[in-house]
Design a binder for this molecule. Structure first.
Ligand code: FAD
Ligand code: NAP
Length: 336
């Protein structure tokens, strides 16, 4: 176990903050030993995957356990679908590519999302009209208090937009060990989100495969999102705004061009990127931190920014959106 070690290379924001203690684990037994040790030292436990959804704002006074549980296993198969168990330390995007290679469909729209399998249920990752919950079957997680392994079926996870029971009532209580996904052998494609369809038409692809869809998603993402290897970021910093029709109508009266998606009779989604842009933040930069010039939802670290500076910037953005639109933005990124 390492003591007072920098997490610089373990978070995609590239923030240089230390962990009081740090260790990797690649087996369940190692994990249990580390938790036992942490309990003896009365240390809080933080589990880390790819570090692509956290912002480090101070030294982490805890034992940080980096998940390296590896393995992929076919657990069930019939004529229509497969159930695949992915160990939690597997890289999400590699698992998407593995699934496509085996002609298993369902997660091609979620290509190029950074991070691990184990973190995917935490915020019910989603992109281009597909969410983890659409393919999720069950997961196994180790309860930190009891050291018992518990199975969570779909209805026990309370999946919602960028949220689950693991981000709310069970936050920091379980460490996810593996996730079983239900993937298709005969695919129904989701092409009507963003400009996936336009790209396929542009490429003269009339009968797209799951590989074609993934390629289109990868192309769009590469053109719009900063690559964390080049510019530190954690993807969308805020959740999209979901507001009542009454609130929406007030905004619409003044801004006829407000982009929006009607979710149901009462709720309308307004892309937060638009709200942030209207407040003048798109492309903002101060010292080494700022708001990405192509995507106002993404806060960035250009070089050696502190996490606290980025956190304070997010607070200013929240304040200005509240003042201008009376909408309270919610952070999506986990603040450590
Ligand atoms: P980490 O950042 O390591 O951890 C995130 C949280 O989950 C922490 O609180 C951590 O303690 C907890 N956690 C991690 N692993 C476990 C485990 N095994 N058990 C229990 N708790 C755990 N997200 C989307 O939803 N859609 C996108 O399209 C998307 N695009 C992105 C694009 C970029 C460029 C970036 C940088 C991020 C993007 N994200 C997106 C956010 C991020 O990739 C996802 O949230 C991802 O699932 C985080 O995985 P991770 O392993 O890096 O988690
Ligand atoms: P985009 O395609 O330009 O879309 C802008 C916004 O409009 C998104 O917030 C999206 O909502 C919404 N939207 C677009 N088409 C929609 C439809 N048909 N129905 C309902 N809502 C629709 O967004 P982008 O920034 O380039 O991102 C593309 C996708 O990748 C989005 O799904 C986004 O969530 C995801 N992404 C997520 C992260 C992250 O860190 N969480 C980072 C990058 C990209 P949704 O966001 O609800 O889909």
């Amino acid at each position: 176990m390492l003591e007072n070690t920098s997490l610089l290379n373990f978070n995609t924001f590239h923030i240089d903050e230390e962990a009081q203690f740090f260790s990797k684990f690649s087996t369940k037994e190692e994990l249990i030993d580390l938790i036992t040790l942490a309990k003896e030292k009365s240390l809080p436990i933080k589990v880390l995957g790819g570090g692509s959804n956290i912002l480090l704002t101070r030294k982490v006074e805890a034992i940080v356990l980096k998940n390296e549980l590896k393995g992929i296993e076919l657990v069930e198969e019939n004529d229509d679908e497969v159930k695949i168990k992915f160990c939690a330390g597997e890289n999400w995007h590699d698992c998407v590519l593995w699934s496509i290679k085996n002609n298993y469909g369902g997660i091609e729209n979620l290509a190029l999302i950074p991070g691990t399998i184990g973190a995917a249920p935490i915020q019910n990752i989603g992109a281009y009209g597909v969410e983890l919950k659409d393919v999720f079957f069950e997961l196994e997680a180790l309860e930190i208090d009891s050291l018992k392994i518990k199975k969570f079926k779909h209805d026990e996870c309370d999946f919602e937009y960028r949220s689950s029971v693991f981000k709310t009532t069970m936050k920091d209580k379980f460490i996810i060990l593996n996730v079983v996904l239900r993937l298709t052998k005969h695919h129904s494609l989701h092409l009507n989100y963003g400009n996936i369809n336009d790209i396929l038409i542009e490429k003269n692809i009339s009968s797209p495969t799951i590989q074609d869809v993934a390629n289109a998603v990868i192309e769009i993402r590469k053109s719009k999102l900063p690559n964390p290897d080049e510019i530190g970021n954690a993807g969308s910093f805020f959740k999209n705004a979901v507001v009542s029709k009454i609130v929406f109508n007030k905004i619409y009266d003044e801004y006829k061009n407000v982009p929006h998606f009607i979710l149901n009779d009462n709720e309308v989604k307004i892309p937060t990127a638009w709200l942030v842009e209207q407040c003048g933040w798109k492309g903002f930069r101060e010292k080494d931190f700022g708001v990405h010039a192509k995507q106002a939802l993404v806060l960035v670290n250009y070089n050696k920014s502190s996490g606290n500076d980025i956190f304070l910037l997010s607070a200013k953005i929240i304040e200005s959106v509240k003042t201008k639109f009376s909408i309270e933005l919610e952070r999506e990124v986990n603040i450590w």
